[in-house]
Design a protein around this ligand. Sequence first.
Ligand SMILES: NC(=O)c1ccc[n+]([C@@H]2O[C@H](COP(=O)([O-])OP(=O)(O)OC[C@H]3O[C@@H](n4cnc5c(N)ncnc54)[C@H](O)[C@@H]3O)[C@@H](O)[C@H]2O)c1
Length: 280
Amino acid sequence: MGAKERFDLTGKTALVTGGSRGIGKGIAVALAEHGADVAIVYHSATPQAQQVADAIKKLGRKAWIFQQDLAKTTELHALADKVWAEAGKVDVLVNNAGIAYLERFNQIPYEHWRHTMAVNLDAPFFLSQRFAERMIAAGIRGRIINLSSKNGFVAEAGLAHYNATKGGLELLTQSLAIELGVHGITVNTIAPGCIETEIGGEFDIDVDKFLKYYYEHVPLEHRFGKVEECVGAVIYLASSAGSYTTGQHIIMDGGVLAEQVPRMQFMKPYSNTIKQGKQP
Ligand SMILES: NC(=O)c1ccc[n+]([C@@H]2O[C@H](COP(=O)([O-])OP(=O)(O)OC[C@H]3O[C@@H](n4cnc5c(N)ncnc54)[C@H](O)[C@@H]3O)[C@@H](O)[C@H]2O)c1
């Protein structure tokens, strides 16, 4: 297999939830750039969903859009059946849609807890359940890729519900990986740190102070990540390059989780001179 074929998705059909904007949009277009036909599920923004479909078609690929509130979890098996019927099959399922509320643990209302659970954890579960069933019946060695977060590994204050869903998604991913492995279906997560999208845009915080603090604590160039910096991992997991990778997570957080206590900022200014110690 040549270098190009390793990442080629020609003949594959992918479904991306929350594909009308942000990371999901980037993933949908990147999958098409690598040869896949792509269906997207969107919540309500039909013009934006249509724009993504147009971009996919411009690349010479087939595109479908499906309007669905993923919080309506009892409708999701039927959604999967509808997508399968219209697209013919799904080889790659990307559970990308997600939401977050920022509020203190003791102030989380029932509705926000349930809504976060429904979109971030229930929807990936029920969609994976139905699509896996269909992939197995069709003999498709499919791929399931779940959008987790660095918050699936380390908690962030004000996001107890979000953290819980992403931590749950990590273990759900491992559970599916070990049960679906026998069918040749891989299940993995990608776990971004802060990426420039609209999520969290309505959080009630002092944005300038937060950004200053956050940037200080990102080892890689003190910045947010960009959507295009998330999509390569999805292409890897969806293509034959990732065919022996399952039950794993790929964290892309600019090194945030790699650091314990940021002692470096209390040291003297950076010097590029290597101290000459005694050679062994
Ligand atoms: N941007 C980040 O910093 C970041 C960091 C870590 C993880 N993530 C995760 O990446 C994924 C994508 O996030 P994003 O930053 O692109 O966010 P975004 O808010 O830009 O996009 C989220 C998408 O999910 C869809 N969605 C939300 N609720 C829905 C519902 N009930 N039904 C159908 N669709 C629904 C939205 O319509 C939208 O298309 C999410 O799972 C998020 O938790 C994002």
